[in-house]
Design a protein around this ligand. Structure first.
Ligand SMILES: [Ca+2]
Ligand SMILES: [Ca+2]
Ligand SMILES: [Ca+2]
Length: 416
């Protein structure tokens, strides 16, 4: 129920309060509890009034009956005692009509009897009504007592109502204040929620920024480390660049030198090609020249197998004396040709020795050995005293070499 409705109801209640005086009770039928009580009082008050009126009427009737009865007895007794005139008149009537008087007397007696009965009945009714009146009076007293109690209760309730009204007003004011406080709190709560939301958002942003800051710091540290590493590498690269630049200049110098050498070699090559062509013509001419008697021709050389057996040194001296030297074999075809000049299993000295340095075989013209035809297991420098080479004729293949003692006497083959 809202405030306006409560105030209207309180106003109606105050306007409909009942007024009570000592004589009568005015009851407003619109009251709630008090109205119900006063309605009950009103219902009890109406028969009480009726009884009072009836009792008054009954008393008036009884009084009239008594008066009539009194008058009657006075009229009956007076002719014989007090009023001789009237008595004589009555007597005269009686004397004039005894039967009529008797009849009238009987009628009067019957009426008297009836009146007596009515009087008794009225007396009983009077007694009954008196009793009822007493009862109603007692009831009225009770009702007055109840009314007084109700009035006291009403007063108490009125005071309570006023107290309750005051409390209600206080409570309404408190409620309004609380409502105001509640609205203010609602606004504050809303603002607090907004602040809480803003705080949460700011905290999340702060955490995010903190995370970003940490990440950036890590990245910065990593970049710093990379920068330091790159600086070191840059220094190394600078050093390498300087070194390479020097190397490049050296290489450029070398390149220039080589280029000059290449040009020189190119010139030499051209010159050598010219010489080669000239020598080729001379070789072709030499190839066409036959060897001396007893010598055998192969390519541009002539070969002679000696008949006298001598050691390696004397055999070489013998070849030199013939304008030749011990044979120098530098191709498989020449080895095969030499093998073909020999008899079966003949072994002859050739111009190959390691006498200057053990294990280093050299041809007599100073050229190194490129193509060899050693027997399996040779050279073995048997007993540490085999420094001169010989070729052994083989029927199959191109013949095989062996190292032997230079002092051995055997045939040799010369080449010129
Ligand atoms: Ca040769
Ligand atoms: Ca040797
Ligand atoms: Ca040997």
């Amino acid at each position: 129920m809202d405030k306006q409705s409560q105030r209207e109801k309180q106003t109606i209640i105050r306007m409909e309060l009942m007024e009570i005086d000592d004589d009568e009770i005015y009851i407003n039928t619109n009251l709630t509890m008090e109205g119900l009580i006063n309605k009950d009082l009103q219902r009890k008050k109406q028969p009480c009034r009726c009884v009072t009126v009836c009792l008054g009427l009954l008393c008036a009737v009884l009084l009239a009956g008594n008066i009539g009865q009194f008058i009657y007895y006075e009229m009956i007794s007076r002719p014989t005692s007090a009023d001789p005139t009237q008595a004589s008149y009555i007597q005269g009537d009686r004397l004039q009509s005894p039967d009529a008087s008797t009849e009238e007397r009987k009628q009067l007696e019957a009426r008297l009897s009836n009146l007596t009965k009515e009087k008794d009945q009225l007396q009983r009714s009077h007694n009954s009504l008196t009793t009822q009146k007493d009862e109603f009076k007692a009831s009225l007293n009770n009702l007055k007592s109840e009314r007084d109690l109700l009035q006291a209760s009403y007063n108490d309730m009125q005071r309570n109502l006023e107290g309750l009204q005051t409390n209600h007003n206080n409570l309404t004011a408190s409620k309004d204040q609380l409502q105001t406080n509640y609205s203010s709190l609602q606004k504050k709560k809303k603002k607090k929620d907004e602040l809480q939301t803003l705080f949460t958002t700011l905290r999340e942003n702060r955490d995010q920024l903190q995370s970003n800051f940490s990440s950036l710091k890590n990245n910065k540290d990593q970049l710093q480390r990379n920068y330091n590493t790159l600086s070191i590498k840059e220094n190394h690269l600078q050093i390498s660049y300087n070194s390479l630049w020097k190397d490049k200049e050296l290489l450029q110098t070398s390149y220039n030198t080589l280029q000059r050498k290449i040009d020189q070699l190119q010139a030499n090559y051209s010159s050598l090609a010219t010489f080669r062509d000239q020598y080729k013509k001379k070789i072709d001419k030499i190839k066409g020249i036959p060897c001396q008697t007893g010598w055998r021709k192969f390519d541009i050389s002539c070969y002679l197998v000696s008949t006298a057996k001598k050691n390696w040194t004397l055999s070489r001296q013998d070849c030199i004396a013939r304008g030749a030297d011990l044979v120098v074999i530098d191709s498989r075809d020449e080895q095969a040709f030499v093998n073909g000049l020999l008899q079966s299993d003949q072994n002859v000295w050739i111009g190959l020795t390691d006498s200057l340095k053990e294990g280093t075989w050299m041809w007599v013209d100073g050229t190194p050995v490129t193509t060899t035809f050693w027997q399996p297991g040779q050279p073995n420098s048997y007993n540490g005293n085999q420094d001169c080479a010989e070729t052994v004729q083989k029927s199959t293949g191109v013949g095989e070499w062996n190292d032997d003692g230079c002092f051995s006497d055997q045939t040799a083959i010369c080449e010129k």
